[in-house]
Each structure stands twice: as C-alpha cells, then as structure tokens.
Write a protein that binds this ligand. Structure first.
Ligand SMILES: C[S@@+](CC[C@H](N)C(=O)[O-])C[C@H]1O[C@@H](n2cnc3c(N)ncnc32)[C@H](O)[C@@H]1O
Length: 285
C-alpha cells in the first residue's frame, strides 16, 4: 500500500519543528507549555495550531462495537498510527477500523516490542510520541488506535505520560473487553454496594488472592500463560462456580467456558482471554 509507512521511515522526514522543542515535552510531560514552545508550535502549524491528536479506543474486536465518535473521527484523519501485527500481518486494531478509514489516510505502523527490555520499550514510546507530536504541530489530524478502552492496560498510557494532557489531544473511550464479555456471557460485573476489582494475572499470586478475598467481583485480565495457577487459586477459594472465562470476545473465534473446573489445566489460551468472577452470581449453567 502506497500510504503505508513503517515507523522507522517517519524519522527520515524533515520538518521545521526542532527535536529540541519536542523533547522538552517528553522530559516534562505535565508541564504547562512555555511561550517559547507555543511559538514553535504556531510556527510549525502556520498560525494557531490546528492539528489534533486523537487516541481512539476501538473496542474488543467486532467492528460495530466501535463508538460513533470513534468511527467519525477515523474517517477524517490525515494520519493513523497503528500497531504492527505478527509477521507484518495487519493488527487486530487495524482490522477493526479498516472499514471506517478514508483511502487518503496515511498509515504509520509501529511495533511496541512487548517482551523487550524496558529501555528498548521506552525508546520506542519516545519515538512514537515524538513523531505524533511533530505531525500535530504540522497541522495534521492524527489518530492512534488501541484495543478496548484507551485508558485501561494500554500502551497509549505510556505515550500519554510523554505527551501530557494537551488542548490538542482528545481521548475517545472504547468498549472495554470486560464489558463486552459480561454482556456476551450474561454475567453481571457488580451491583448495588458490591465492589469490583480489575486485576492483571501477571501480578503475584498472593496479591491476586488478597484482592479476590477483599472484593465481591473481579475481572482477571491477561490470564494467558497463567491459567493453571489462576484455576487452582479459584478452586482453593471456592470460586469456580462463580467464574466464567472468555477468549476472543466478539470475534468469530470467541469461546466461553462456564465450568473452569472442567477445563484442562494445560489449556492453551489465546492472548485475548479474560476471567470474570462474581461471588453473588452462579456462573455455571
Ligand atoms: C493489553 S490488555 C488490553 C485491554 C484493553 N485496553 C481493554 O480495554 O480491554 C490485553 C488484555 O485484555 C483482555 N482482552 C482484550 N480484548 C479481549 C477480547 N476480545 N476477549 C477477551 N479478552 C480480551 C485480555 O485479558 C488481554 O490479555
């Protein structure tokens, strides 16, 4: 595709916004812009800055679960930053939004090195945040897409920490995966004065156990790779009848398990797998 650039190509573009002014934002993301940096932005945009950055949560997987605002915004973008899929395949986020994009939108593909050491990850976040700000300063409508909701367990938050809360930034919420899973499995998340905790299964088991003891309801994300541990924990706590698990929610490959005790301990789960627990609801049918 001619409008498809890899992120490394972006850094070969030249523009009159110096790296210095952009780095200033990165090292002090929450600082009020100085008159100097405002002036630099006006210079780059040819007037008061008209460029805008949109971080768009695209929902859990089904294309029609994106918000109306998200779809309308996608249709008018000059540039879209999208995560790279495996082996150069289109990412899930990109597939979700493909039908809403204008053919004129340039696609910038980035790869976030999820398993790399921290310094290498941070270098990529720095470069992507830097590149997006530079394009906004050129007056462009720039989009960044992220699965589910942008503010929950998303790389977008690492970029936000660099960019800061700016007048030219709009964050468009998305349907988070656990809302879609609750709806699809008919498993309530929480009611009345019950408490709900959202956890990553990458946390130490003792912390997960403590949280499960404290709260009535729980969302256990990132269960991929830790299913045997989590299943044993739920069994020890007598919660197996109050838990469901769903993979690839709202996608054609969606699977739901209502009897976790009957699942093979070595079950190979997709990365997009989540468990819901509700102590006040009998989940097994
Ligand atoms: C990096 S987090 C992204 C969360 C996302 N921002 C959200 O709002 O749902 C990835 C985790 O979200 C959950 N997840 C995301 N999409 C899912 C889906 N379609 N079905 C089941 N779980 C999903 C899984 O627990 C997965 O390991």
């Amino acid at each position: 595709m001619s409008n498809h650039l890899l992120i490394k190509d972006i850094f070969h573009e030249t523009n009159i916004c110096g790296v210095v002014s952009l780095r200033r934002n990165i090292s002090a993301p929450n600082r009020t812009p100085t008159p100097a940096s405002v002036a630099e932005q006006q210079l780059c945009g040819g007037g008061v800055m008209s460029g805008k950055l949109y971080a768009i949560g695209v929902g859990p997987g089904a294309s029609d679960l994106i918000t109306v605002r998200g779809a309308r915004t996608l249709a008018q973008l000059d540039v879209l930053y999208t995560p790279a899929g495996k082996a150069d395949a289109q990412s899930l986020a990109h597939r979700i939004v493909a039908e809403y994009l204008s053919p004129n939108t340039e696609i910038r593909t980035y790869h976030f090195l999820m398993k790399a050491e921290q310094a290498r990850k941070e270098a990529v976040w720095d470069r992507v945040a830097d590149a997006m700000q530079r394009e906004v300063a050129q007056g462009k409508q720039v989009g960044f897409i992220t699965l589910g909701d942008a503010m929950l367990f998303s790389t977008w938050v690492s970029l936000l920490a660099r960019i800061g809360h700016q007048p030219w930034l709009e964050i468009i919420p998305g349907v988070t995966s656990f809302a879609a899973i609750a709806a699809s499995s008919a498993m309530p998340l929480a009611m009345e004065n019950q408490t709900l905790t959202v956890l990553s299964c990458t946390s130490p088991e003792s912390e997960l156990e403590q949280a499960l003891r404290t709260h009535d309801c729980a969302v256990l994300m990132k269960v991929y790779g830790r299913f045997a541990t989590i299943r044993s924990l739920l069994g020890r706590m007598g919660l197996l009848d109050h838990a469901i698990m769903m993979s690839d929610a709202t996608l054609p490959t969606q699977q739901c398990w209502y009897h976790l005790d009957e699942c093979d301990r070595q079950l190979e789960l997709p990365y997009f797998s989540t468990i819901l627990v509700n102590k006040n609801w009998n989940a097994s049918r």
